[in-house]
Each structure stands twice: as structure tokens, then as C-alpha cells.
Design a protein around this ligand. Sequence first.
Ligand code: GCW
Length: 717
Amino acid sequence: MTSVRFVILFLSIFFSASAQKDYRLWLQYDRINNSVIASEYKSNIQGIISFGNSQTSQIAVKELQDAIAGMLGNKLEIRSEIKGENNLIIGSQNSLNSDLKKALQPDFDKINNEGFIIKSILFKNKKQLIISGKNEIAVLYGVFNFLSLIQTNKSIKNLNITDSPKINLRVLNHWDNLDRTVERGYAGFSLWNWQKLPDFIDQRYVDYARANASIGINGTVLNNVNANALILTPQYLEKAAALASVFRPYGIKVYLTARFSAPIEIGNLKTADPKDPEVMNWWKNKAAEIYKRIPDFGGFLVKANSEGQPGPQNYGRNHVDGANMLADAVAPFGGVIMWRAFVYSEHDANDRAKQAYAEFQPYDGKFKENVIVQVKNGAIDFQPREPFHPLFGAMPKTPLMMEFQITQEYLGFSTHLVFLPKLFQEVLESDTYQKGKGSTIAKVIDGTLYQNKLTGIAGVANIGNDLNWTGHSFLQANWYGFGRLAWNPYLDSETIADEWLRCTFSNEENFIKPVKKIMIESREAVVNYMTPLGLHHIMDTGHHYGPGPWVSNLSRPEWNPTYYHKADKNGIGFDRSKSGTNAVSQYAPEIEKLFDNPATCPEQDLLWFHHVSWDYKLKNGQTLWNGLSLKYQEGVNQVAAMQNVWNQSEKYVDSERFNEVKMLLEIQHKETKWWRDACLLYFQQFSGKELPAGVEKPTQTLEYFKSLKFPFAPGNG
Ligand code: GCW
């Protein structure tokens, strides 16, 4: 072989093998190198007996076979009857034989429709392991869960697990456009190749569904909430139906966004007034048409009268009128309407943070039963930190759905390592006090606080067609973590990081411990270097990449960073206390009191609720100016520490992922300094104070930072 051919061959083997690693997400199924553990597994799993014969059960069997082959190196035999011991028996409640069904009855009583059982049993005096659930999808969830035990090197002797998801609708929201751009997407273009659908089925659709099923995600909204009505035309519905067919055996329902003006744009009607009989009829027919193609269609997600999207208010109607009209259209087919509460208006001079509550809270109890109101975690917009949205807990008669953003619109795009489950957990644990102490957001959205039947959680996806799906290996953890918290909103983010690292990289304690620590700290780091002490929305305009606290020239006041920080000679922060906009009054009295007083307001939210002087004394005795400056520096230092840890992980990680993460951390570190310097130089104009000891000198002038422009920053349409 000539040397050139050899090099080409070598490179192609190298690249295909290594690229697969990233692509395989948390389903790596690498060979287990601990021989004691491996031999326990081998002796406990010797054959597979499957009671099902659906496509889903075939998927489950294949997953078991492939995973075991990868992790233990042997191909499991499929046995047609229960012979011998140490078989893995899989099957749903209905498909099991009557003896097994009877033996598991107490376990079936403990789970809901999507829950699973993983249990070591003695059957006819022989030891077996059974994975079951009430239907095939639940069994598939059980299979993935069982495999994750092996991936994380847990013992599988004497298993007795029952687990059910606590939230019904566990949904990804893709802000994907029909031209394949992704609004706020930083991992390439959309996965959905609309041009080639429905006839060409990309293997990625299958792999996407499999990854989602492995963490229990059961729904996907295919297209952007800033909707294009064309998605509802036959041409596109046929394509959506093709995707739905791929996702169905994995338990994933397809949803679409509904553009409120679609009856005009694609239906030739003169109006989209929700009270107009022709309009109502148009939506009823449209729903029937969709269900004909996609019998298990989930329903519509709607952004109406928000940021220029059309809605019922264009016709003098309100959100209830709009949502209920659509709800009637999908109700006969069991569909739901996820109606977003992300509203603020240029005609409303009120504090933007107050507008969604002011508009939606009075509608409590007025929506039809198949409507769920989708509320972002905070009242502004997916900031590195926001106090929880006051609507949570404040609409006892209305199911509320959480909307988290997995894509990092305001958190450094896909270059910054930020472990979001930490942020999600902080929100889910927040106590709204709306029904007394312990009224946490987790209980609002899992329906236990007010006994709602319909429950849901949405995550704005960070997925694109990049080889590694999310643009950064570590941001796969945010997709994973969202799914895990959607299944169980009470999970600890540290547990999630631990599982994810083991499944994705390695079980070596010397790797897990330090890397888990930096993941957990990464969330506070981003708050520190971008928006410490309650600052928010000071990102550069439009694309939201990098700092732009100076921006003040946008047509809508509430689009300008200066609106949010209100820095002046006297101090900094947005006064939302009783003496300011009184946004605090939208919370339960206990929380209102806490937030209203700067002395009791959590310092992490101080500048969200209060305008305080530059000399204001923080709890640690520092002045606000010094404390703020030091927080920015701390953020920079934290990322430097993350780099150090990563640099020591080389021997535990394949070289491709190691190097990619290393380069990304370098960019992140560079950008932390940009954030620190730009913000501090800008705020210094008002504080008139020197930087305290411990804060590094700025790397450039304020003019330089202001001159930076990013017309082609991704995700901005
Ligand atoms: O966060 C803002 C984004 C918009 C987005 C909007 C929304 C889809 O900047 O890009 O539009 O929120 O959530 O509707």
C-alpha cells in the first residue's frame, strides 16, 4: 500500500470511529473493564425471552442485544420459552403469561401507564430477571433503565425497581424553521430535512427517537413557535406524518405549532377570529385532516399575540377564546393545546416582568380541560438566573406547563459549558407558598399541588445536525438532564451529572469526581461572569451573544439592556419593590415580603428587585460595586478552574472529545474575560470607582467592546 493510501485509510478509520463516539450520546455501551462487575453481569444475564412482537418490542430486544454485546462482549441468545435460569424476560402486562402476570400484580398496582418494573424473580424455582410495564413503550423505558444500571456499573443482583414518570407530557420544543434554520439554535441546522421528506428517512430521525426514549421524552413539537402556516398544508403534513411514523414505536408523539392566522394564509378565509363559525370550522376540519394522517397526533403549541405573532387579540378576543376554540377542534381526537403565556406588549408601559401574570392570572379556571398553559421558568426570558415566574402556583384551576430552554440563547450559545439541570432544579425546588409552605414548582407542574390531571414540561431543544447533536459534548448532558427531570422533577442535578458522565464517558472515580464538580459549578460560573447579583438581559441585542449593557437604541424599550439594569450615578438595578413597579405583589405574601425588602431578598436576586447604591453593603461587608466586580472575576476564575480539571482528564477520554472540549473551554474562558471587562468598564462610568484588588485589569477599552458586531451570529433568523 502506498503511504498516501495508508494515510487515507488510517484517517477514515480514525474519523469514522471517533465521530461515532460523540454521536452516540449517553448510549455509548463501551466494554466494561472491571472484570468483577462484568462477570456478575454475565452470570446474571444469559438469554432473552421476549413476550411481545410489536415493533417496539423488537426495538427493545435489539437494544438489549447491542448494548450487552458492547458492554460485555457477547451476543445474547433469544430463547422462545423460559428454560434454564438467568434469563432476561421482557414483555408488557398483557403479553406476559398468566403466571408471570399474577406474580407481578402487586408491582403493576404501583405503576402508572408509562411506569416500569425491573425485578429479580424466582419462576418455577429458577432465578430470572423480568422487565415489564403496562404497555410496550413502558417496557422499552424499563429496558433503557436496566441498561443504564449496567452502564453505571450498579449491581443487578436482587433488583426490585418500580418507577413511573410524574409528568404526562415530556416534550421537546424545536424552534426549527421550514428552511432548516433553527431560531436560537447553535448546533447546526434542523434535523428535519423537509425537502427530502416524506420519502427519505434519515437514520438520524431513528437515532433521535431512540435517544429520547432512553430518557422518557414522549413528545416533540417539530417546528418553531414563530410559526409558518405552511406546516399545516397537506404537503407538509405528509412529511410530519412520516416523522411521526418513525417516532411512534419509541413512544414519541408529534405536535405542531399552529399559526393563529393560518385560516387566512392557507385557508382563504377573510378572518381568523376565533368566534367566527367559519374559522372554528376550518380548524375542526384541519384537526380531522391531521388526525387522519397522524392518528396519535399530540396537538398544537401556540404562541399568540406575542412578539408580533398573530392571535385572538387581533379580533378583540382574548387568550381564552383563542385557546378554547383550538381545544374544541382537537378534543374529539384526544389532542391538547399548549398555549404559551410568554406575552408582553409594546403598548403596555408596565414592567415587562409583570405582564404575563397580569394578563393570564385572571383567566384561571376559564380554559377548556385539554388546554395547558405553558409558562417560562422566569418572568423575563431564559436568563442565567431568574426568580421563578409568579404564575406558578397562582392559577390553581388551570394546568400549567413548565417551559425551560435547553438551547443556550442567553448562556453563551453552544460554546459555553453550562450544566443546566442545576438551573432547572433551582426552579423546580422554588417554593411558591401559594398553598402554604411546600408549594414547590415541581408540585405545581406534576399536578400534585392542585390535583391537575393534565401535566407537562417542555424544553426548547439544543439539538441540530452537528455530528455531536448539541455542538458541545457536555451540552448533551442538558438534553439528557431535561429528560430525566421531566420524568422525575425531584431528582438531584448531581445524581443526573453522575449518571450522565458514567454513561457518556467513564466510570473511573478519578474522572467522575472532579468533572462532576465542574459541571455542578458551571451554572453559578455563568451567572457570575454574565449577570451576577440579579442582573439580567444585558446581552448584546438581537442575537444575544456577548455583553451589550450599553444598548439603548431599540424601538421597544423593553428590548434594551439599559431598561433592565438601570445603572446611573446613584446605583444599579430594577426597582420591582412596592416603591417601584411592585412586581413583588404578584407573589404569595410570604415571598412578596421576602423579595420586597433588600435586606431579606436573596442576594442572588438583589438587582432583579431593587435599585441599590454603589455603596450598598452586601452581606459579606463589601460594597455593591466591589462585590459586583469580584463576582465577575470569580466567574472568570471558575472557568479557568474548569479548564484545569478538564486538562487533567485526558487519559480517561477519547482524544477527539478531549480536544474539542478543551478548545471550547478555551473559548469560554476568553469570553468570560470579555464579559467581565465589557460590563465592568461600562458600569464603572456610573459608579466612578476603581476596580477592587483581585480584579484583573481590563484587556481592552470600552469603545473596543462596543465596536464588536456579530451580524452573522447563529440562531438569529
Ligand atoms: O427568548 C425569546 C427569543 C425568541 C423566541 C421568544 C419566544 C421563538 O429571543 O427568539 O421566539 O423568546 O420564546 O417566543
